[in-house]
Design a protein around this ligand. Structure first.
Ligand SMILES: Nc1ncnc2c1ncn2[C@@H]1O[C@H](COP(=O)(O)OP(=O)(O)OP(=O)(O)O)[C@@H](O)[C@H]1O
Ligand SMILES: [Mg+2]
Length: 453
């Protein structure tokens, strides 16, 4: 993941342990032993999460939290509390801390909370929706993924040229969006953007769709009609699902590419057009050529500038941004207040493999917003396919028997409940026990068993 965590802790030992632990988990860390050091680091570079001790010598971690919020910095802030400082942890939560961890913290708990904090931070960061191309656009392409950034640079470079572009990528990865962006950023922007989907048009109709026809060319051709190539004159022609084109049509298309001219069906006049051609396919066109289904000479003509879009699961880091973007988009469209998305929900969205890519994510969010009446989207609002996937993944990755897993889950819930009861009662075991509806002795035993000190 590579998120950056700033550790603020006065005890050098704990600082080192935390830092080593987090680096082993793939985090980048920086350290500070006091408030002034932390502020200095924060001014230089903002981390994704801050992990701060509550007691820093004679200083107080909450001051750092207050300072941050006064400066308008919303970085998720996690408090580390030692026994006896739980009251202050409550205070910290009121001041807007993301969560607290009591010492001695266990590694899985620490990593779990951190992961959630990083996600939340990324999600909050969407206010400036990060698009991956430098030009402002009517079709914003959201994401900060490195591959997509490179594609963004490529688009800005290729758009103003007349080069033919072949866009490949799984269904729903944004191929059409790229084609539109190329047109929008080209010198042809004022001329039409015409598209045709080869898979949607029956073979026999394809020729007249593309090239038009003259009156009387076939039964029913009562008047002449221009084809889409003519309509696109001066502009951009987007040929979607090009792998579905018949070999016969491939030959005709090749000719248009070679001499920019063609005849309408039933026509004798040769027409000349000036179009920029962009094609797209979710098939491996190279393999289609090898299998003899696609002409290699046409392939080379189309594949002048190839753009290959990675599936969403290979750029899962963009999911929080995309979610934020779609939540806002559909809330605006439906004139509803935009809900937040809980970190647990984001985590599930992040783990889902998205076979239908961005289109599927977009549809899921649209449905959520349509149905939603709450302030925060929780996991139970997600569609079954995502919840079921998560369940299967859980059993597949957790290992251990079902019984062990249930025991572990119970242990975590108990631990959390006890922590909360202690927090609320200022660590008064008697009162906490009453809150939890167990005996004082029972609570003490439980606390020992769960490793409380
Ligand atoms: N990076 C992105 N940021 C925002 N929206 C995106 C992004 N990529 C795709 N979308 C949106 O996702 C949806 C699917 O994109 P698009 O239609 O371009 O995909 P496609 O690859 O052409 O899919 P198909 O193969 O099914 O035709 C569209 O509504 C598009 O606006
Ligand atoms: Mg498409």
């Amino acid at each position: 993941m590579g998120a950056h965590v700033l550790i603020v802790e006065d005890e050098a030992n704990i600082r080192k342990i935390l830092s080593t632990m987090l680096q082993a988990e793939g985090y980048e860390t920086s350290e500070s032993e006091n408030l002034s050091g932390a502020k200095e680091q924060l001014r230089a570079r903002s981390p994704d999460v801050i992990l701060s001790d509550l007691r820093l010598g004679r200083e107080d971690g909450i001051f750092l939290l207050k300072w941050l919020r006064d400066e308008g910095i919303a970085t998720p802030f996690i408090i580390l509390t030692a026994h006896g400082t739980v009251d202050s942890a409550v205070d910290a939560m009121k001041q807007g801390a993301f969560d607290y961890l009591s010492k001695p913290f266990d590694r899985t708990e620490l990593v779990r909370v951190l992961k959630k904090a990083v996600l939340t931070g990324q999600y909050q960061n969407h206010s400036a929706v990060k698009t991956w191309s430098t030009n402002a656009s009517q079709f914003p392409m959201v994401g900060t993924n490195e591959k997509m950034q490179k594609i963004g640079v490529l688009i800005d470079k290729v758009a103003p040229t007349d080069s033919t572009v072949l866009i490949t990528g799984e269904s729903g990865t944004g191929k059409e969006l790229i084609a539109q962006a190329l047109h929008e950023r080209s010198l042809r922007v004022k001329a039409p953007f015409i598209k045709i989907n080869c898979a949607a048009i029956p073979g026999p109709l394809m020729e007249s769709e593309l090239f038009g026809y003259e009156r009387g060319a076939f039964t029913g051709a009562v008047s002449s009609k221009p084809g889409r190539f003519e309509l696109a004159d001066g502009g951009t022609f987007f040929l979607d699902e090009v792998a579905e084109m018949s070999v016969e049509m491939q030959v005709k298309l090749l000719r248009v590419l070679q001499d920019k001219s063609f005849e309408r069906v039933g026509g004798i006049r040769t027409l000349t057009v000036d179009v920029r051609l962009i094609t797209a396919t979710n098939k491996d066109l190279d393999a289609e050529v090898k299998a003899g289904r696609f002409r290699s000479d046409l392939f080379y003509r189309l594949n002048v500038v190839p753009i290959s879009l990675p599936p969403l699961r290979e750029r899962a880091g963009d999911i929080p941004l995309l979610v934020a973007y779609f939540v806002n988009k559909f809330s605006e469209k439906l004139k509803k207040p935009a809900p937040t998305v809980s970190p647990e929900t984001l985590e599930l969205l992040l783990q889902f493999p998205w076979p239908g890519n961005i289109r599927q994510l977009e549809n899921v969010i649209e449905r959520l917003i349509v149905m939603n009446e709450t302030k925060a989207i929780s996991p139970d609002q997600l569609p079954d396919e995502i919840l079921e996937f998560e369940e299967e993944r859980f059993y597949a990755t957790q290992g251990g028997t079902l019984k062990e897993q249930v025991r572990e889950a119970t242990r975590r819930i108990e631990k959390r409940a006890i922590e909360e009861a202690l927090l609320e009662t200022g660590s008064n075991v008697t009162q906490a026990a009453r809150k939890l509806n167990i005996s004082r002795k029972g609570l003490q035993l439980k606390m020992k068993e769960l490793g409380f000190r």
